[in-house]
Design a binder for this molecule. Structure first.
Ligand SMILES: Cc1cc2nc3c(=O)[nH]c(=O)nc-3n(C[C@H](O)[C@H](O)[C@H](O)COP(=O)(O)OP(=O)(O)OC[C@H]3O[C@@H](n4cnc5c(N)ncnc54)[C@H](O)[C@@H]3O)c2cc1C
Length: 377
């Protein structure tokens, strides 16, 4: 057993940490305050080859492994969740379905632009009436004259409505007992995208409601075999959970770093508050849990890279880091006292950005359901 990261993985960490600290940190508060999508940063991430990390080079990606990708997402989230989720949703949810299930023609059409970050892709599973019960999808698609004609709606879809979004992959009912995946290009007549949804966190990320009214896409936009769409999306979610779990570890680390620095600087009763054992214990607990959470994330990524079953490990990592990041931002804000409640202190943004990590890509309860199922219950 070897817990050391390879030189290549260390290089990914150093590169992304430097980018996050030098390019993202100075603008993160402003983007959040103005609810402004980080176009410039996405272009820079694309330049660094980070917008399609796990996609092979022949399709315009970086050909990196899952562990490298998880480290990159972790390092971005340590500084800002909006930028991190933009990259993670684009990669794991937007691009992956086309890479994993697309025909060679679909891959050639979409992947070079997506994996190089010229365009973004979104993943449309959730509907107003189908959240945790994602199989209850009501969006329908009917084959007519060589086109799939789509009617229905999706909600909370990340990256669906930016100026550079190329497409969304959706689940739709293509028969009474049949769910399939379809690629819907932005600009398709009858496909409407709402204004950005207002959120308590992830404010610089793009979240939209989608509606389809007689929206027609060519028959060839079916992704994977007809009727296999739901299973395909579950497989995508398994992989996506590793990146959301990496976000949990990264966010908790960011919260720890802010708390540790503040505790050394803030004086009360004539001493830095870091000298009080009550504060030290909170930092010790945070550091311990972060270490455990990170190990779960890396193990899930490693299993995936070995081509071994990883769904249970990914759900465990996502559940644990979701809950640990909640405890970490709470403790960090507590250590900041009243200042932590003020917008000008970064911890207030991290605190707001945290909660969704326990909801998106399956709530804590759904992760427990997945884990219990793997345990044989
Ligand atoms: C900012 C943001 C971005 C998102 N991005 C995307 C995206 O890009 N693509 C996409 O498809 N979706 C996206 N989502 C949707 C997200 O995945 C769903 O919100 C999530 O799966 C939960 O569904 P729901 O909100 O309908 O909650 P519900 O399913 O209604 O759940 C409500 C509560 O009931 C609990 N619950 C439900 N069923 C059970 C059960 N059987 N046992 C115990 N408890 C249960 C849940 O755990 C939860 O606490 C996003 C959501 C947000 C907020």
């Amino acid at each position: 057993m070897n817990f050391d990261l390879s030189e290549e993985h260390e290089l990914v960490r150093r590169t992304v940490r430097e980018f996050a600290e030098q390019r993202v940190a100075p603008v993160a508060a402003e983007l959040d305050r103005e609810h402004r999508f980080p176009y410039e940063l996405v272009a820079e991430l694309a330049e660094l080859g980070l917008m399609g990390m796990p996609i092979p080079e022949e399709y315009g990606g970086a050909g990196a492994d899952t562990l490298s990708y998880a480290i990159a997402v972790e390092e971005l989230t340590r500084i800002d969740s909006s930028v991190a989720i933009t990259l993670a949703a684009h990669t794991s949810l937007g691009t992956m379905p086309i890479f994993m299930f697309g025909t060679e023609e679909q891959k050639q059409e979409w992947l070079p632009d997506l994996a190089s970050g010229k365009k973004l892709a979104a993943f449309g599973l959730t509907e107003p009436g189908a959240g945790s019960d994602a199989g209850a999808t009501r969006t329908r698609a009917k084959l007519s004259d060589g086109n799939w004609v789509i009617n229905g709606s999706k909600i909370f879809i990340t990256n669906a409505g930016t100026d550079i979004t190329g497409c969304v992959t959706i689940t739709a009912r293509t028969g009474d007992d049949e769910i399939s995946n379809l690629i819907v290009p932005n600009g398709t007549p009858g496909y409407e995208i709402s204004a950005p949804m207002e959120k308590i966190g992830w404010r610089a990320s793009d979240t939209r409601e989608l509606s389809f009214r007689e929206a027609a896409v060519p028959e060839g936009n079916l992704l994977g075999p007809r009727g296999k769409g739901f299973m395909q999306f579950l497989e995508i979610l398994d992989g996506g959970r590793i990146s959301v779990a990496a976000m949990g570890a990264g966010l908790a680390q960011g919260a720890y770093d802010l708390a540790a620095a503040y505790a050394k600087e803030r004086e009360q009763f004539g001493k830095p508050i870091a000298s009080f054992q009550a504060i030290q214990f909170q930092l010790a607990d945070m550091a311990t849990e972060i270490e455990a959470g990170r190990a779960l994330v890396y193990k899930a990524a490693w299993l995936k890279d070995q081509g071994r079953p990883f769904a249970q490990a990914a759900a465990m990592a996502k559940l644990y880091t979701g809950e640990l990041s909640n405890r970490a931002v709470n403790a960090s804000l507590q250590i900041h006292g009243g200042y932590g409640y003020m917008d000008e202190f970064a911890i207030s943004r991290l605190y707001r950005d945290q909660k969704i990590l326990e909801i998106g890509e399956g709530t804590n309860e759904v992760q427990r359901m997945v884990i219990a199922k793997h345990l044989g219950f």
